[in-house]
Design a binder for this molecule. Structure first.
Ligand SMILES: Cc1ncc(C[n+]2csc(CCOP(=O)(O)OP(=O)(O)O)c2C)c(N)n1
Length: 344
């Protein structure tokens, strides 16, 4: 098994997408999801700074990889095991702006946990999105377990899971990939490599540059893709998901993304990232990159971009106001599911 590197950036997006079987409507829908994820994320920061929500951990810079790859799953049939930056991923897989805001406000109707999980740990039983645990990389084992169940039951379901490059140094990642490779499980693992694990740069995390190389140790293909290249991400996601669906086994994808914000609302990244780096990283923002590609290919017009922005602003306002009005969890619900005898 070899590690391959792929990038579609710079190609004429319209004809390339058509050659891949993507319609203009598909591309516009993907752009809308990217833009919606960004707008929700930006709103979270405003709410945090205004003292309305306790904590933000951002997906800004990761959205292109998430939308491109997750668009290949069948919502309501396949499974998504996300991580805390997966705002665009869970939106692509069926969660709504309102549901995301419920989690931010920790409200009782929050589908992730009824307000008991840490914000950013998205989940929805209705959408086959597993709410994950805070220790990083533990979600790999859950994803592999779901993949094993799908294989035993012969359902044809595929699981996509995601984590950061820092988390890929945890034992759970290696145990999970080994088991998935050994049993040819339908699991696509996406390392969203943003170059940092909080304040630790990737070069101080592991003795390799491309984390996808690790796939070779587990008998599966490893693919590196530019996370600012949405169509390229869609293509590698498509190949990996279809391979899993055919029963040919797992794939490891490494999307080189950028972290456009601090690690979280409790971090000050100017303590360890230079102004030059932060400026340079803006060039790798998938949202303007994709918008420019679609404008150049006449898939979108400036008026179309503006109309989408207006719709999204209304959707984010609605989600914020609606979520804020929902009831808080009851005190009695705090220990639900902690003790066997204390369940509703
Ligand atoms: C097992 C474990 N160790 C430490 C932490 C604290 N922690 C939370 S996020 C994080 C950084 C993870 O970096 P990376 O996997 O590269 O993802 P990123 O946040 O950069 O997207 C750390 C160390 C944790 N949640 N779990």
């Amino acid at each position: 098994m070899t590690t391959t590197t792929t990038s579609e950036t710079g190609g004429p997006a319209g004809s390339l997408a058509r050659s891949l079987g993507l319609t203009d409507e598909d591309l516009v829908a993907m752009y809308r999801r990217l833009a919606l994820a960004r707008a929700i994320d930006e709103r979270m920061w405003v709410l945090n700074r205004a003292g309305r929500v306790p904590f933000v951990i951002s997906g800004q810079g990761h959205e292109g990889a998430q939308v491109g790859i997750v668009s290949n799953l069948r919502p309501g049939f396949d499974w998504l095991v996300p991580f805390y930056r997966s705002v665009a991923g869970v939106l692509t897989f069926g969660m709504s702006a309102r549901e995301i805001m419920l989690a931010q406000y920790a409200k009782a109707p929050d589908p992730s946990s009824g307000g008991r999980q840490m914000p950013g740990h998205y989940g929805s039983a209705a959408h086959n999105i597993l709410s994950t645990s805070s220790p990083v990389a533990t979600q790999l084992l859950h994803a592999v377990g779901i993949g094993l169940a799908a294989r035993i039951r012969r359902t044809g379901q595929v699981v996509v899971t995601a984590l950061g490059e820092g988390a890929s140094n945890q034992g759970d990642f290696h145990e999970g990939l080994n088991f998935a490779g050994l049993h040819h499980l339908p699991v696509v693992t996406v390392i969203e490599n943003n170059g940092w694990a909080i304040s630790v740069p990737a070069a101080k995390q592991a003795p390799i540059v491309d984390f996808a190389e690790r796939a070779a140790g587990y008998g599966m293909p490893g693919v590196v893709v530019d996370g600012a290249d949405v169509i390229g991400c869609w293509r590698v996601g498509h190949e990996a998901v279809e391979r899993a669906r055919r029963g040919e086994g797992p794939t490891l994808i490494e999307a080189k993304v950028t972290r456009l914000t601090a690690h979280s609302s409790d971090d000050q990244q100017t303590k360890y990232r230079t102004a030059e780096e932060l400026e340079r990283e803006r060039l790798r923002d998938p949202l303007p990159c994709f918008r420019e590609q679609l404008l150049e290919a006449s898939v979108l017009t400036p008026e179309g971009v503006a109309a989408i922005a207006t719709e999204i602003a209304a959707e984010v306002n609605d989600a914020t106001e609606w979520a804020e009005q929902q009831p808080d969890p009851t005190v009695a619900s705090a220990t639900w599911y902690v003790y066997a005898e204390d369940r509703p």
